[in-house]
Design a protein around this ligand. Structure first.
Ligand code: HEC
Length: 272
């Protein structure tokens, strides 16, 4: 029963049992069925369900109930006779008056509630740089976040020609995969950026790459949005988990390239 609101289902079943026991009339059954279906569509699922789907189902079941009620003259009479009695018989004056006030009041309340949805940002913010886990697993290899570093960074000093090759490879990786979102000039303004919330990170910004360790950037590239802890929500980031598409070397190379392109250096290891 995963995904269903069990207490509600039990309550609705119990409600049905009471109606059987009291030998409820057809009108009561119809009203109960409608209300039970409404409650089921609205609260019956623990997984999110689009309102439009609930509305379509409720519309179809409402039609089905109307068809059922009007399928024969006898049944229609069964359904309408309690209503006619409520209107006609003097002993129902009070409930009738209450109903005549309650129905328009309910409609008015609904309109009021619909028109007064406060337009507020969510009360809690998204952490742009949430604390990373202590270790990360990329391509089955466990890396310590505090000590892992770009394995090619030392080539900058030791073998500039080899370093250039890694940079070139990083450039290729970037312009094949990343510029769509992060932009030609890495300003976070790629052609897809406008449709995204949160927007892609702007790597020109001196408040982004220089404050991050290379290992943090590797974590974000390799594991993307799916790797973010809860602090990285409430909006879902579109950042893909690149370990599924790139080799470890390609990910470290593009890491080198985005720093080099912007003239930044990663925050040193162990620096706070
Ligand atoms: C589909 C759009 C998209 C693509 C393609 C994409 N990114 Fe991102 N990226 C994002 C978004 C959106 C964010 C900001 C939200 C977040 O932090 O997850 C982001 C964040 C990041 C961050 C985190 C920066 C920070 O401030 O913490 C890094 C690093 C990054 N991207 C690198 C890359 C690299 C490298 C590539 C290419 C291999 C790439 N991205 C491709 C959408 C994308």
């Amino acid at each position: 029963m995963d995904g269903f609101n069990l207490p509600l289902l039990l309550a609705l079943t119990a409600g049905g049992a009471v109606l059987v026991w009291r030998r409820a009339n057809t009108l009561t059954w119809l009203l109960f069925s409608w209300a039970a279906l409404w409650a089921f569509f609205k609260f019956g699922f623990t997984v999110p369900m689009p309102q439009s789907v609930a509305t379509i189902y409720l519309g179809i079941t409402t039609l089905a109930l109307v068809c059922y009620a009007s399928a024969s003259r006898e049944r229609l009479a069964e359904v309408t006779s309690p209503i006619v009695r409520l209107i006609r018989e003097p002993r129902y004056r009070l409930p009738l008056a209450a109903l005549l006030v309650a129905l328009p009041a309910l409609a008015a309340y609904n309109v009021h509630a619909d028109m007064n949805v406060p337009l507020e940002a969510p009360g809690f913010g998204r952490e742009v740089h949430p604390s990373p886990p202590a270790t990360m697993e990329v391509h089955g290899e466990t890396l310590d976040m505090a000590t892992a570093d770009n394995p090619y960074i030392h080539l900058h000093e030791d073998d500039p020609a080899a370093y250039e090759e890694h940079l070139e490879n990083g450039r290729r990786v970037y312009y094949e995969n990343c510029f769509w979102c992060h932009g030609d000039g890495m300003g976070g303004d790629g052609m897809f950026a406008h449709g995204l919330n949160p927007v892609p990170s702007n790597f020109n910004d001196s408040g982004t790459l220089p404050i991050l360790q290379a290992s943090f950037v590797h974590w974000r590239i390799a594991l993307g949005a799916p790797g973010l802890p809860a602090g990285g929500t409430p909006w879902d980031s579109a950042m893909p988990a690149w370990e599924k598409f790139l080799t470890t070397e390609e990910m470290w190379d593009v890491n080198l390239f985005i720093y080099d392109f912007n003239g930044f250096e990663p925050r040193a290891l162990g620096q706070h």
